[in-house]
Design a protein around this ligand. Structure first.
Ligand code: PA5
Length: 426
């Protein structure tokens, strides 16, 4: 992985962060900062439950051998990491025997009805994921899925088709699992949802999709070992965190725009948006994380990025080797005028789009652009990427002097909604 800040900032401007970075690095390592009971993710690529990992791999193989569809039922941190990984590693139309679909992440009646309809008479398994075990979207979807499954294959057979990831002891989902005897995996107490992709929350669905979760953890471990280094000018992860802070406080930017050039990475941006928004958007502080998928969005938001209010900077995530490639064919009449591109690969054209856009945004638009480049994105590199951003997020949030690991703001709408729905106690 390479971090290039030359289109974003003169790196010397970040030197003044060194003392803060050293102190915060120690806080993260020694678990002494705000929200310190949620720092289990820091060393998780080392300390994870090895037996559970083997069980996850075995169960995932069982699901792949015995079902046509896995429904991943969760919301927020209980699904975004898995989806980001599955789409990034496999693309949007993968050649995979087991189809993965997502439910429990919306109240949408149409989406819910259509998924249930699609599942009628199909061989599907369910992975329900909820740390609290009480999230309303997930619980409603799971009740519906469980009913459909039991109707299709009976209560006993359903027990072998339902896999739950939840708290070790508490919550309604855990109670139900105990009663029904479903296979369960643990989301540890000291790991919050948006930091949970390396736990069973991410690993089980990712393994079901056929990917190497040990390599994912190895990539995370490599990043963990590299980024506990307090020396700022040799630590790209902390440089990136300081850049974010500098953009907000000194450069008066209020939006960080995540940019990528492959639709299969859109869900990585969704994961990033949740990670940073829920961790930092508190006490009237923080950058708003937003995202675009280029070149698609060069034909929409691109206008604003180039020429609109100067409120944003870009963080571009570039993957040099695409999963697949296509060449432009010859056409004897050349009526579309494309023969100048004949035999050129779309990866080459995409690269030129990136280079042209970078120049336009930096030189004409005066938009600071940070560039994170990966040669390719396999399981190992993706594990590295996830860890890089999680660690950067902790550093960045502590620079803002807030607790990165709670989300008090998301409780308020829930209270109102429960009151309106007539839930007891609201
Ligand atoms: O990051 C978080 O903590 C949240 O996004 C949660 O993951 C999300 O609200 C789902 O919660 P739960 O796993 O309890 O269903």
């Amino acid at each position: 992985m390479d971090l290039n800040l030359k289109y974003a900032i003169d790196e010397k401007l970040l030197n003044s962060y060194q003392n803060q970075v050293s102190a915060i690095n120690e806080m993260i390592e020694n678990k002494t900062g705000l929200g310190n009971d949620f720092l289990g993710w820091v060393d998780y690529p080392n300390t994870y439950d090895k037996e559970e990992l083997e069980r996850i791999i075995k169960d995932a193989q069982y699901v792949r051998n015995n079902f046509d569809i896995l429904v991943v039922c969760g919301i927020g941190g209980s699904y975004l990491g898995a989806r980001a990984a599955i789409e990034a590693l496999g693309g949007l139309y993968p050649n995979r025997k087991l189809e993965i679909i997502y439910m429990g992440n919306t109240f949408s009646p149409t989406y819910t009805a259509q998924v249930l309809n699609y599942l009628e008479n199909k061989k599907f398994a369910i992975n329900v994921i909820s740390k609290s075990g009480t999230t309303t979207e997930t619980s409603i979807a799971f009740r519906l899925l469980k009913n459909l499954l039991e109707k299709q294959i009976g209560v006993e057979a359903s027990k072998k088709a339902i896999y739950a990831t939840t708290d070790k002891q508490k919550g309604a989902l855990k109670t139900l699992c105990n009663k029904m005897g479903y296979s369960t995996y643990v989301l540890p107490d000291d790991v919050g949802g948006r930091f949970s992709v390396f736990t069973a929350v991410g690993l089980f669905p990712i393994a079901c999709a056929g990917f190497d979760i040990k390599a994912l953890l190895n990539g995370a471990l490599a990043a963990r070992l590299k980024y506990n280094n307090p020396i700022l000018n040799t630590n790209d992860c902390y440089k990136y965190a300081c850049l974010r802070d500098y953009m907000l406080k000194q450069n008066h930017k209020s939006v960080e725009l995540y940019v990528q050039y492959e639709p299969q990475f859109i869900q990585i941006s969704e994961w990033l948006k949740q990670l940073f928004a829920e961790s930092e958007g508190k006490q009237k502080k923080g950058l708003l994380p937003d995202s675009v998928s280029f070149s698609t969005d060069l034909h929409s938001l691109g206008q604003f990025v180039q020429d609109g209010s100067p409120i944003l900077f870009e963080t571009i995530i570039r993957i040099q080797q695409p999963l697949n490639d296509v060449s432009v064919p010859h056409d004897k009449d050349d009526l579309d005028g494309l023969n100048y591109l004949e035999n050129k690969k779309l990866s080459f054209i995409n690269e030129k789009a990136f280079e042209g856009t970078l120049k336009a945004h930096v030189e004409d638009g005066l938009v600071p652009c940070a560039i994170i480049t990966f040669e390719k994105l396999d399981e190992y590199e993706l594990g590295y990427l996830f860890y890089f951003f999680m660690r950067a997020c902790a550093m960045s949030a502590y620079l803002l002097e807030i607790n990165p690991f709670n989300q008090p703001g998301v409780e308020i709408y829930k209270k109102n909604m429960f009151h309106l729905l007539g839930k007891k106690g609201y």
